[in-house]
Design a protein around this ligand. Sequence first.
Ligand code: SF4
Length: 568
Amino acid sequence: MTNHTGPDRHRILLVFLPFWTPYIPPQGITTLKSYLQNRGYYVRTADLSVEGNLKELYDEYFRLLRAYIPGNKKGNFFNVGHDVLLNHMMAHINRTDEEKYVRLVKTIVEKTYYTVLTEPRVRELNNVLTVLFERMETRLLELLEVERPTVFGSTAYSGTLASCLFAFRLAREKYPHVKTIIGGGSFADQLIPGTPNFDRFLESTEDYLDKIVIGEGRIIFDRWLRGELPEDRRVYTKDDIQGKTVDISTDVDVPDLCDMDLSKYIFMAATGSRSCPNECSFCNVKIYWGRHKVKNVEQTVREMINQYDKYGNQLFFMYDALLNTFISDFSKEIIRSEVPLYYVGYLKACKEACDVDNAMLWRQGGFYRARMGVESGSQRVLDIINKQITPQEIRDTVVNLAYAGIKTTTYWIVGHPGETEEDFQQTLDLIEELRNDIWEAECNPFNYYYTGQQSADEWSKRRFLLYPEDASDELIVQTWTLNIEPSREEVYRRMNRFVQHCEKLGIPNPYSIDELYKADERWKRLHPNAVPSIVDLKDMNLCVDESRTIKQFVMAKRSEPEEGDFIL
Ligand code: SF4
């Protein structure tokens, strides 16, 4: 054990790297900043994923890719496009042979959009990434030069992993004495310890990545800085801190956002719980986060009001796995508070949500948009997934929330192992039936991970590599898929049909602010109790408080009024 410790011995630079959809300020590095500052450390944070000259290359990449993919094969274009971009970025930073690189990019696009790109088109996409990494290098060197850190850390998610590796290599090359450290969600899905991906990652980053933190990042990071962890190890997990976890009810650090440009994000972020009480077959949340815990709602609301007082944004993104277990108490607490807060969060279709009084209570308490993993319209598939809901509960939940005016984002899994054409048709039929009560429909093709999912053991016998084995050095993180029905090609075909079906029904899946605005206008036309538009809630000069008076609308509805009585 070494003693390289003490707050005065360290300057810490934590960066969040391209690309990540900037709904909320990065929570990992900003809560870590807060935690370490409270213990006396100097910490600077930066979010490069929202910086204009990098973001414009993201836009350019997708503008080109979109133009190259035929209309009937675009599917859920951005979602699956992020897989293409991640793998392409990895191939770009690890390329050694130009011809092999071009072939690999063609394969990556083909296995996602089932379209073959010509070589000139591949080279156009490559050029965008060349400029991206040049600009990233300039910006990173500027930060390293100004901050002169002793420790340089970042967060790995699927979209940011290639940039992290690029940044650490650069830091090692230019400032070899700086310690590099990584944590993040990638270690819960693509890079779970014990998998071939993790072993390859360890080996290939040996020269420039010093420490890997898996789970409970705040406690582990602090202990490492204090020299309380063995310095000769690269990977630290919660076993190194005797399983200690952050006590969400007492040991709370609200993120320090002072280095962030908050105008770049749609929401502030908050959380009222940890992990999930359920165990769906394809999900790894419980495996990673362990037992489900809920925070005191008074504390959660107090933390949100503190953020509102400081930064002035009423609209929060709750990043809990599920709100179900505390949403009613949470809503009551917001109603009691002096600030009309609004929040977006994950909700599971359930009996409570089938009750209109509950939906109205949540609406009064600021529930702005429900994000619901409804997955399928087929009871058979819901049972395979172990979702423990019925299509009727999905129906009733969606209809009730919509009646209360709460925006309903519905997530559907297309092509879960065992899904038949008949099951898929039931999904399309349910969407059609609910079309006016769905604010947004988004489908995701079923994704298989090497391990970590609830049904991993059962599926492990049917897996095979999606990309060529000889591309492992370039991709580092390989993708597996299953030799199981429906086939990957069929899954992606169904995804295209899903998207076309929703387009025909006029159900949006908005990405840009302009698309969000249009989706909100549609919602207002359909639902008299509709929540305010995102544009109104983003206006920091306004304090929107219509949720406080929404009660009169439900009373009006119960007495079967004229339509005009509902107008807000
Ligand atoms: S899919 Fe949602 S409800 Fe199911 S285990 Fe994961 S977080 Fe929980």
